[in-house]
Design a protein around this ligand. Structure first.
Ligand code: SDX
Length: 386
């Protein structure tokens, strides 16, 4: 049945805004248990992995579905180390963008350029080795962006260092103490994978058209940028910093009454404390025991704001997520706020690549349906008759 605007009056279908609760694929890679506040990479609990594993090892796990043997780990680490160098064309692109460019745009452009001259990019049967190249190079690119923005200088990678140690070396132009490397490595591990979050979904949509893995990763990078997703880490630190010295209860009431979101709080899936935030909070507490006052003041403010916020939003299922304490930890490591989301991107690269490789094994073009509420059959009128 049609009304006089040509709109169908048949039963309106269920519309899932934001595809909330819609299952669009099967996967073995990651389970996010939003009720229990649990997270698993290929069945391994994130708490166990954070305590016992490292970023290189879980990158292998995410790509191959199994923890590596000693030989497999050695070969994988060497493969990552071999791919760290950046072509001059990429370094010149990073040097060439205006200083005020958002680093996520620079990261997206740089990864697209690397894909443009990677001859294996279009060969989807080679996606596992291309994934290793992407995981390695995205870290070098983020380090180069940070180093060139702060000092104008690019530092060549050190093949003797591990993935995370090399990232910090390229970023700072000098090696960082091993406990700082370990903290950064744990942060990268915790951010590595999270099932069908917006950026991963965006990469899957891109690969479902049989585009290439670089294009899919660039889609994911551009999606992660938003403040409702990966951009929340920088926004949460800004919120915490402007709360320093203020009464936390009044501060949070002000945010809520102005209709703004508490950045780093809430989640589409977790309706309890994000298990990653639990670990990051503990890491932050341990780190500030021997740190300078500046970071300690930020951390103490974060703890007070967290407590005030949970009092108001906890019973509504709105709790700290992975982004809330990440900023203070990255500040302790010496990473600048504008580099937080690019660091999230380098951490998530194994998760993006693992889903791209897995989805292609049972590919189906992603093309959802829209419930049309417009008209049909409108008569065309010449311009002078309108
Ligand atoms: C990440 O999906 C993933 O897995 C993402 C991620 C990953 O690892 O990939 O975990 C990483 O992106 C974490 C989320 C980072 N974003 C933020 O911290 C931004 C602030 N949080 C929100 O904007 C919000 O919580 C979302 C976007 C994360 C989730 O929002 P939903 O599921 O779309 O829920 P909603 O916006 O419909 O909110 C439902 C209710 C609303 O209240 P009512 O209008 O019904 O009265 O909850 C309220 C919202 O106002 N609410 C918040 C809030 N988040 C939700 N109120 C205050 N502060 C918040 N942060």
């Amino acid at each position: 049945m049609i009304n006089n605007h040509g709109v169908s009056l048949t039963e309106k279908p269920q519309i899932n805004l934001g595809l909330e609760g819609v299952y669009f694929m099967e996967s073995k890679i990651c389970k996010v248990d939003g009720k229990a506040g649990k997270l698993y990479y290929y069945g391994y609990d994130i708490g166990e992995l954070a305590a016992a594993s490292n970023f290189e090892e879980i990158s292998y796990l995410l790509l191959y579905g199994e923890l590596p043997t000693t030989k497999q780990m050695k070969d994988f680490s060497s493969a990552l180390a071999e791919e760290r160098n950046l072509d001059d064309r990429v370094i010149n692109l990073i040097k060439g963008v205006p200083q005020e460019t958002n680093p996520m745009h620079t990261l997206s452009a740089a990864m697209d350029l690397i894909g443009a001259y990677d001859k294996s990019a279009e060969n989807t049967s080679d996606n596992e080795s291309t994934s290793i190249r992407i995981i390695s190079k995205i870290a070098s690119v983020v380090a180069a962006i940070g180093s060139i923005r702060s000092s104008g200088k690019y530092t060549n990678p050190d093949p003797k260092l591990g993935h995370t140690a090399n990232f910090l070396y390229m970023l700072n132009g000098e090696p960082k103490p091993k406990e700082v490397v370990k903290l950064a490595d744990t942060m990268f591990l915790l951010h590595a994978e999270h099932s069908s979050n917006a950026s991963t979904f965006s990469g899957i949509v891109t690969i479902s058209t049989l585009s290439d893995i670089y294009s899919a990763v660039v889609s994911a990078i551009n999606t992660l940028k938003g403040s409702l997703h990966g951009g929340a880490d920088e926004a949460a630190l800004k919120m915490i910093m402007s709360g320093v010295g203020k009464d936390p209860d009044k501060y949070i009431d002000g945010i809520i009454s102005s209709g703004n979101r508490i950045m780093g709080f809430g989640h589409r899936v977790y309706k309890t404390y994000d298990p990653r935030a639990v670990i990051i909070k503990e890491q932050l507490k341990a780190a500030i025991r021997n740190t300078d006052d500046r970071v300690k003041k930020i951390a103490d403010t974060a703890f007070m704001i967290e407590e005030a916020a949970i009092k108001r939003t906890g019973q509504k299922g709105i709790w700290p997520n992975v982004d809330f304490f990440s900023g203070p930890v990255y500040s302790y490591i010496g990473i600048e706020p504008e580099l937080f989301t690019p660091v999230f991107a380098l951490s998530r690269a194994p998760g993006w690549c693992s889903h791209i490789v897995e989805y292609l094994k049972n590919n189906r073009l992603i093309r959802p349906t829209v419930y049309y509420t417009g008209e049909t059959g409108r008569p065309y009128k010449e311009i002078n008759g309108r």
